[in-house]
Design a binder for this molecule. Structure first.
Ligand SMILES: C[S@@+](CC[C@H](N)C(=O)[O-])C[C@H]1O[C@@H](n2cnc3c(N)ncnc32)[C@H](O)[C@@H]1O
Length: 384
């Protein structure tokens, strides 16, 4: 069962490993429409704040709202307008039968914002409720998805050792992400002054909204043809691990609705990995990688079984699945970035202090000029 179900990233991942989604809880009508269509047998609840009783479940997942925790959000922290619903989440958890496994998920910024106030609150509440917990920052690229998407996965249990799910293997950054100077590069075209999201052979994190509140897909620079474009909605769904067309349901008739749902989702690969580890836990194997946590900054991986917090020095890549790379992954033609958008990016980039690889800004300018000449003609293609 899940709270804050969104479009069912956890559900689909767990389902792929033989689990069944029985109850979902989601307040957004558009996300509800997707859940109704894709998990038609599950009971659908609406507002976590209204829940009093839950059925006993083996696994309870909750990717609680992160608007107040992320850099693109309003930075008000754990008690921000949307995120304060975590207090209701813990009320529901505390007053119902404990699940065998409790899985929480959020953005890595929760480890640093306001000195780690959010992770402090979440982990200390878990301990107070009698849960052993372990968390790790994990990158979706570990599972072969060409999207840089890092999430804090927090696993808690009163009866099992959560380290057996969270830790285990640790790999270096996969070889296919190496920038050999020819692979396509993803970047956030709405940024340019402060951040760039530079992502060789993958796209940066797909977001549900930008600083100005409009969903904005990442751009990709194809170095062979010079084309700069954004992926289709369907490829964005696949970049999140969903089948193409997952959010194409009746009533969702605006692309912006679908972009928002896709950008807010949990990559299906995370749910699948956690489900696999729950079915077949590995030796915790933290050995020489752990030590008591005494620093001020929260680490990228840690656990507490009741005897104090231990930090674990472990990578964000629990697997090294390999990937055919971004160009082969995309099934649809990208949509060329408009001349206006490219020039806007260029202006921001040239007035800021960021450093860019040689040739990149020239390529953006060339693309903008080609788009000006190409309006209505649309002959730009991905490959030269
Ligand atoms: C970070 S998203 C979770 C995404 C989800 N894991 C997925 O794969 O799509 C948080 C979700 O919580 C939902 N939400 C926010 N407040 C809620 C509430 N009070 N009750 C139920 N759902 C809520 C939002 O609509 C959003 O879909």
């Amino acid at each position: 069962m899940s709270l804050f179900s969104g479009i069912g990233g956890f559900e689909l991942g767990f389902q792929s490993q033989g689990f069944k989604a029985e109850v979902c809880c989601e307040i957004d009508p558009n996300a509800q429409a997707v859940l109704r269509k894709r998990f038609s047998e599950a009971t659908l609840m609406s507002d976590v704040a209204d829940i009093t009783k839950l059925p006993p479940v083996r696994v309870l997942t909750a990717g609680f709202p992160c608007q107040n925790l992320s850099l693109v959000g309003n930075n008000t922290g754990i008690n921000g307008r949307d995120t304060k619903i975590v207090h209701d989440m813990f009320r529901v958890i505390a007053t119902n039968p404990s699940p065998e496994w409790l899985i929480l998920e959020n953005v890595p910024f929760m480890l640093w914002q306001h000195k780690g106030e959010a992770i402090q609150f979440v982990t200390s509440t878990l301990s107070e409720l009698g849960y052993k917990w372990a968390y790790r920052v994990v990158d979706a690229r570990a599972f072969g998805l060409p999207q840089r998407r890092r999430r804090v996965l927090i696993v808690a249990s009163k009866i099992h050792d959560p380290r057996s799910v969270v830790f285990g293997e640790s790999h270096a950054e996969p070889e296919w992400l190496r920038d050999d100077g020819s692979v396509p590069v993803g970047f956030s075209w709405t940024e340019g002054r402060m951040g760039l999201g530079w992502a060789p052979n993958c796209v940066p994190t797909i977001k549900g909204g930008s600083r100005v509140g409009v969903p904005s897909p990442p751009a990709i620079w194809f170095r062979d043809s010079g084309l700069i474009g954004t992926p289709s909605l369907e490829d964005a769904e696949r970049l999140q691990g969903f089948p193409s067309g997952w959010t194409k349901v009746e009533g969702l008739n605006r692309d912006s609705f679908r972009w928002k749902l896709i950008g807010n989702a949990l990559p299906v690969v995370f749910g699948a990995w956690l489900a696999r580890k729950i079915k077949d836990p590995s030796e915790p194997d933290v050995g020489s990688r752990e030590r008591p946590w005494r620093e001020r900054v929260w680490p990228n991986a840690a656990y507490d079984l009741g005897a104090g917090i231990m930090r674990v020095d472990i990578s964000e890549f629990p697997e090294d699945k390999g990937s055919e790379g971004l160009a082969s992954f995309l099934l649809d033609e990208v949509k060329p970035l408009s001349s206006k958008a490219a020039l806007g990016f260029l202006n921001r980039a040239r007035s800021g202090k960021l450093k860019f690889v040689d040739g990149f800004l020239d390529a953006v300018e060339l693309h903008a000029n080609r788009m000006k000449q190409d309006v209505g003609n649309n002959t730009l293609k991905r490959a030269a």
